[in-house]
Design a protein around this ligand. Structure first.
Ligand SMILES: [Zn+2]
Length: 278
């Protein structure tokens, strides 16, 4: 069965970084079923060319479902690798028990004020913020947005049930202290627009915190198609440290937190803290 069945008309994306049409280039070997990953011939950015449209995405591919699809695929196609990776992650979490990486960065970098969580899910991250932050979230899934609104009501926070770009566009300019994009930018069809809206809604000195899979990670090279950063059709952008740096700089941000351990090559993900206005 085709993975793209029942998803309506698929979109065609040019390179989200530089707008080059790469449809005549061969798809990368990491592509899966109908989903085509391209490497931009002009700038080298790696992206999914043909994701489903937002309208279908909202109904059939809300985050929670999309997440489940990868598990099903991994279990079916790579049962041993799946079992080992699950057991390892469980052990690692137990053995390391590190403090929450997001909260640590928020406390270090985000000035008091309004924090907007892009792709807030059921608001679990917003609920864990210290009380000197006002909270607001954007969530495309109607079910999750309703759950989030209920849970956040006690703190006085607000939830916007829209796609991320439209959601961020609805905030006044220069009103937020922090914008969180944790495991979000890899899903966004228009990452350049999203980052420029993030810069617009932040006050001068406000920061955005970004966590994305690191396409340059050693695990991607070792695991190939089985790498956990490949999720079809959910992950539509595959950032390297260099391409992420370039995109945030183009949006008007200065990178303030992106040390070696924030982009550690043995980790599947990288964390970046960027500030508006130096
Ligand atoms: Zn490009």
């Amino acid at each position: 069965m085709s993975a793209a069945e029942n998803l309506g008309e698929l979109l065609h994306r040019n390179c989200p970084n530089c707008e080059t049409d790469n449809s005549s280039r061969p798809a990368l070997g990491y592509s899966w079923q109908d989903w085509k990953l391209r490497k931009c011939g002009a700038c080298g950015f790696v992206y999914l060319e043909n994701p489903p449209d937002y309208a279908d995405f909202k109904v059939a591919f809300a985050w929670e479902k999309n997440h489940g699809d990868r598990k099903v695929r991994m279990r079916k196609e790579y049962p041993l690798a799946y079992a080992i990776s699950r057991a390892w992650r469980k052990f690692y979490r137990w053995a390391v028990r590190k403090p929450d990486k997001l909260v640590k960065r928020i406390n270090k970098w985000v000035p008091p004020g309004l924090v907007i969580d892009v792709g807030c899910g059921n608001a679990d991250r917003l609920l864990s913020l210290p009380t000197h932050y006002e909270t607001s979230g954007i969530e495309i899934s109607k079910a999750l947005a309703e759950e989030a609104q209920g849970l956040l009501a006690a703190r006085g926070g607000s939830i916007i049930n829209l796609p991320a770009v439209e959601g961020l566009a609805s905030y006044e300019a220069a009103t937020a202290s922090g914008v969180l994009m944790r495991s979000f930018l890899e899903h966004e069809h228009k990452p350049v627009e999203l980052l420029s809206h993030a810069a617009r809604v932040l006050k001068s000195g406000g920061v955005a915190i970004i966590k994305v899979p690191n396409f340059s990670s050693i695990n991607r090279r070792v695991m190939g198609s089985r790498w956990c950063g490949f999720r079809f059709p959910g992950h539509v952008n595959h950032f390297t440290p260099a391409s992420l740096r370039a995109m945030v700089a183009d949006a008007g941000f200065s990178t303030v937190g992106f040390g070696f351990f924030d982009r550690f090559p043995l980790s599947d993900n990288m964390w970046m803290v960027v500030r508006k206005g130096g």
